[in-house]
Design a protein around this ligand. Sequence first.
Ligand code: BGC
Length: 246
Amino acid sequence: MEILGIDIGGSGIKGAPVDIKRGILAADRHRIPTPQPSKPEAVAEVVAEIAKYFEWQGPIGCTFPAVIKDGVVYTAANVDKSWIGANGQKILQKTTGCPVLLLNDADAAGIAEMKFGAGKGHTGVVVVVTLGTGIGTAIFVNGHLIPNTEFGHIEVRGKDAEDRASDRIRKEKNLNWRKYADRVDEFLGRLEALFSPDLFIIGGGVSKKHEKFIPLLHTQAEVVPAQMLNEAGIIGAARAARSLVK
Ligand code: BGC
């Protein structure tokens, strides 16, 4: 069975129909740059354009980089602040004419990794961390997600963790891999002190270059790169939206 997965990010909005049994894309991704400013109406139009591109009429699973409860957006660290308080799910339902499930982007990526990728079959406490424009987290206990964890915003050295260890900061500050690994290490060390996870899965854009920094980390728990790369959000969102299938 196929569900349309859409990943709303700070720079691009990407979508593809997903074979949710096998966890693979059923067609090539379609990507449209995120409108700036990234206000709800403008973003919703792009989501509708992607649905139209695939002539989609069924359920849609859609990620958003924020806390989402029952479709309502509660935060907006890296998107337009006018999203806060909006029922993003309802807005997308209206513009696409399809049933939509809206969920946090790191949660969606985590769902994909746990079901089809690096976390497959793992029990215990697994922490998925996405390093991108921001830092997203998803925590699984025996395969069950605790939704909307926002550990990218814990304070590290007086700053938001994502303002020290996201991939955006690595690029902005032109950090070499050792310096970047130190920052990621310190962040993971903090999570380890709080949760004693059994496994860390590192996703987000920079996970493509995992061999440059994962070997330099010192956590007690094993750290592995994500396997679904930039398709994790799309696949995880589609998988989560199977609850919409009647
Ligand atoms: C947001 C999270 C999101 C993460 C990754 C953070 O700034 O607060 O909700 O998961 O960025 O996009």
